[in-house]
Design a protein around this ligand. Structure first.
Ligand code: COA
Length: 166
């Protein structure tokens, strides 16, 4: 809860780029919490296709219909960022059981670091259960269609980046 008694949540991730699966999770989280911050991880150890600024712009455009959502970025530990923005709720999406093991470990690590934080899992729409950012990039790169899997602004950006008209 922040100073206005509003419950805020943070949806962190790489979002390289944001997909319709991410949009779905953000829509559901935004319908439950008063404020949602979608926060893009700047990770120097993970090579990214899009810069943080590009990822921010795509996420901003893709989520502009959600009035209680803002886009931000962070580096370092998520728990430190959560303290910095004054939120206690971490949102993560689950696509399949295989996500669960990974997410469970992250959630427990974060609880060890900051017991006051809570991780909320939101289950994806089955139609996005196989969608990932790297999958989208690869399919697009080799000429496959990703329409319906990414927001229009991301489709446009992928076309520019890979100089392909799929
Ligand atoms: N729809 C579509 N794709 C989804 C998805 C959904 N609902 N949920 C997850 N994904 C995909 C992403 O597209 C991404 O795919 P890719 O690897 O093929 O590009 C993959 O799942 C990983 O998801 P992402 O949310 O980007 O996770 P991450 O592992 O890069 O980052 C953080 C997770 C940001 C929560 C975590 O790394 C973190 O907090 N890092 C900061 C450092 C820290 O605090 N560490 C301590 C905790 S361990």
């Amino acid at each position: 809860m922040n100073q206005d008694n509003k419950i805020s949540a943070v949806y962190p991730g790489s979002f390289d780029p944001v997909t319709n699966g991410h949009v779905y999770i953000a829509e559901r989280a935004a319908s439950i919490f008063d404020e949602l911050t979608v926060s893009i991880l700047y990770n120097e150890h993970k090579s990214a296709t899009f810069s943080v600024q590009e990822r921010i712009e795509m996420a901003r455009e893709a989520l502009k219909h959600l009035k209680n959502v803002k886009i931000d970025c962070f580096e370092g530990l998520l728990v430190d960022y959560m303290k910095h923005v004054g939120s206690r709720v971490i949102i993560r999406g689950l696509r399949a059981m295989s996500d669960f093991e990974y997410e469970f470990q992250i959630a427990l690590m974060n609880r060890q670091l900051a017991p006051e934080l809570e991780t909320f899992f939101i289950v994806t729409d089955p139609k996005y259960s196989y969608v990932s950012s790297s999958g989208v990039r690869e399919v697009f790169h080799f000429g496959g269609t990703v329409q319906g899997l990414v927001p229009d602004c991301v489709f446009k950006k992928l076309s520019e980046r890979f100089n392909i008209k799929n």
